[in-house]
Design a protein around this ligand. Structure first.
Ligand code: F6R
Ligand code: ZN
Length: 197
């Protein structure tokens, strides 16, 4: 396949087993890889004791990790909650902060929670048809608030890389929780402003 990929190529995002088999990488993230990330740690441990469920999956078309290339693929966050906090991705900054990303929502419903190193934050709807443009410097986490898979198509620069450490340590400034059957945005008690870190 790799030699063919120095020429233009097509792949599909139809989510059929055949189309998913066209991707180079399939990354599976389970509950056990998110220890410390959900605010209700008792709910987390109780759930993990039952089953190490799959929270989300990523299908990637691998390209050289250099400026000029694009990394593209599908992100699929499954529906569910840990306590009253919706299933979500780990979230990250790009290691090269000066790199943007676009997400095109194909199915499901949810949010993208975003934050800058200075602590500015933003949240946008992920709904079918929405294209979200994430400028350079904004970390991002997708959150599934619906009853079905939240499927997004992403594209970002080949040399961006990923920095998960900051989010692992402090989380995002906000949490998205379910209250009376609806998503609400609340402060994350674990978060600290950059000057206090
Ligand atoms: C790449 C990107 C997405 C995410 C994917 C999983 O820069 O933003 O492909 O990697 O949605 O989320 P993380 O990487 O936060 O586990
Ligand atoms: Zn990213």
């Amino acid at each position: 396949m790799s030699s063919e990929r120095n020429r233009p190529f097509v792949y599909r995002v139809t989510l059929t087993p055949e189309s998913l088999a066209e991707f180079d990488n399939h990354i599976v993230r389970r509950l056990s890889s998110m220890r410390g990330q959900y605010y209700d740690q008792l709910a987390y441990e109780a759930m993990l004791a039952q089953d190490d469920v799959i929270l989300y999956e990523v299908y990637e078309i691998v390209r050289p990790e250099v400026p000029g290339e694009l990394m593209t693929g599908l992100s699929i966050v499954h529906p569910g909650k840990v306590g009253d906090e919706y299933f979500m991705t780990k979230g990250h900054f790009h290691a090269v902060l000066e790199t943007a990303e676009i997400y095109h929502c194909l199915r499901g419903q949810g949010f993208m929670l975003m934050e800058t190193p200075q602590g500015d934050w933003a949240i946008e709807d992920l709904l079918p048809g929405n294209v979200l443009y994430i400028p350079p410097y904004w970390s991002h986490r997708s959150i599934n608030t619906g009853q079905e898979d939240l499927v997004t198509y992403f594209a970002y620069p080949g040399h961006a890389g990923h920095d998960y450490g900051t989010i692992e340590q402090f989380g995002f400034r906000k949490l998205v929780l379910e209250r009376n059957g609806k998503p609400v945005i609340v402060d994350n008690p674990r978060w600290r402003p950059p000057e206090e870190r």
